[in-house]
Design a protein around this ligand. Sequence first.
Ligand code: SF4
Length: 586
Amino acid sequence: PILQRHAWRADRLVQILREVQEAVDFISDETAAHLAEALKIPYAQVHSTRDFYAFFYRENRGRYRVLFSDNITDRMAGNQALFEHMSKRLKLEPGKVSDDGLVSIDYCSCTGMCDQGPAILVNNRAITRMTLRRVDEICDLIRGQVPLDKWPAEFFRVDDNIRRADMLLGTPHEPGKAVRAAIARGRDGMLAEMKLSNLRGRGGAGFTTAVKWEACRNAPATPRYIVCNADEGEPGTFKDRVLLQSYAGRVFEGMVIAAYTVGASHGFLYLRGEYLYLLQPLEAYLAGMRAAGLLGRDIGGVAGFDFDIEIHLGAGAYVCGEETALIESLEGKAGRPRVRPPFPVTSGYMGKPTVVNNVETLCKVTEIALHGGTWYEAIGTKQSTGTKILSVAGDCARPGLYEYAFGVRIAQVLEDCGAQDAIAVQVSGASGVCLSEREFGRRIAFEDVPTAGSFMIFGKQRDLFEVARNFAHFFAHESCGFCTPCRVGTVLMKEIMDKIADGRGTQYEMNELLRLQQVLKPGSHCGLGQTAGNAVADTVQKFRPAYERRLAETDFVPAFDLDAALSRARELAGRDDAAAHLGEEA
Ligand code: SF4
C-alpha cells in the first residue's frame, strides 16, 4: 500500500523510505532490493539514498529510537547529564540497540527546539523541556512498551514563545485575502510590486525575490514549480517552526501568489524531518484550502490558474537546506548540492524552472500583495526592507521569537530578551558570525550583520572554545562528503579542536585551524563547507584566551599518543617502570 499510495514513483523514494521505516522500524538490504525492483530503479540508488540520511537505518535500532538534540543550547541546558541518566536507566551504550532489540539512544544535530530545550526525538517525534524526572517517566514508558500515541500529550507540547510581534507575527490572517489582492493586481502588477518592495530572501543568502521570480517566469520550459524551503536546520533557528505551526495560511498563500505570478502549476513544501509533528496539521490546512478554492483548479476564478501543494518530509540532513540539495532530495535522491549554473530558476525540479523560497519570505509575499511594494519598502533599511524574525535562545530570561524592522542593534535585542551578562552572540547559526561585547552596537541588516534568524546568546560563565568545538563537530557530521576540502577539512578541524580540548594542542594547531579555514572557504563546493570554519576562526580571533589556556607549552604534540597506546602491552608484560615508558630518557 505504501508504494501504491506513491504511485510507484521513484522520485518519491525519500517519502517511501520514511513510511517503510515507520512500518518496519528499519530498511534492510533485502527491503532496499525489493524497493529497487518495484520502483524499477538501480539498487545502488535506493542504497545510497537510504545511507545518506541520518534518520534512515539499515539495521535494527529498536522499536524506540531516542535521539538527544545536541546543539550548544541543549548542552547549556544540561542535555549530557540527561543522556547519561537515560543510558544508565536503560542500560544502553550510545549508538547501540538494547539486547532485547527494544530501544537505542544517541545524539543528533539541533532539532529546532532551542527555546524549550533540552529536547529529544523519539521515533522522530519531538519532546521538549527534558528533565531528570521526564527521563525517568520516558524510561518507564519504553520498558512498559507503551505505544508513542499513548504517551502524555504534555510531553509533545511545542510552544510558540512569541515575545515581540511586528507586522508579520502581530497581524491576524484573513484566509484568501492576500491571494485575492494578488489576483486583483494581475501577474505583471504583482511582479512590479515585488520589485518595488525589494524583498530579499530570509533563508540567509538574501537574494532579491523578484529577480528569482522573473527569471523563472521568463524561462520557456514548463511546468514550473514553487518550492517552500522549510528545512530549517541551522543550529539555533526555530522561526519557521512557529510560522508553520501558527501562520501556515500565510506560508501557503505566499506559495499560491508566487505560482500565480510565475505561472507555476505545482508546489512542494519541504519540511524538515524533525518537524514531523507538523505534518498532519499542515495536511489538514491544505485540505481546507482546497475546499475553499484556494488550491486546485481555476483558483480565485482565474481560468487556467491551477495549482496544488504537496508536502515532502526530510530525513535529518542539514545540507538539504541548500536549494539544489533540497531539489535532489525532492527527486528521491541523496541530497548532494548540484553544480551551478544552471540555477533552479531555469533548471530545478525535474530539470524544469523552479522557484525555491524560504518560509518567512513567502509570508512576506502576502504582506506585499495586500499593502503594495512601496509600503513594504519604507520599512527597515535601504538594502534590507521589511522586518526580520529572530530565534533567540541561550543565556537570556525570555527565549523565543522577536520580530523587528531590519536595522535593530544587537544590544537592543539583548535588552529585550533579558540577557544581562552576555559576552558573545552567535548570529545566523553555526555558519554565521560570533560577535563579542565590543560589537553589540552593530545592526541586524544585510548591510551589517546578515542573518537567517538564529541568535544564540552566551553569558560570562560560558566557554567560547566549547561553543566553537560543538559547531566543529556539527559540520564534520553534516558534511555530505561530495567535495574533498569540506569532507576532509571539517573532520580535521573537529580533530584539532578535540586535541586542544584534551590539553595536547600547541601553537601549531592554532595555526592549522586558521589555515584550514583558508582552504574550506574558497575550496568548498557549497555554503556548508564555505562557512564551516567561521565560528572557529571568529573565536580564535575574538576569544583567544579560551584556546590559549588549553595549549601545551611545547611547539608540537603528536595527535597519536604512542605511550598511552602501549599501556595494554605494559599490563600484559606486568611491568610499569620508567623504562617501560616512552619518554625523554627512553
Ligand atoms: Fe558536500 Fe561539504 Fe562539499 Fe557542500 S561543501 S558539497 S556539504 S562536501
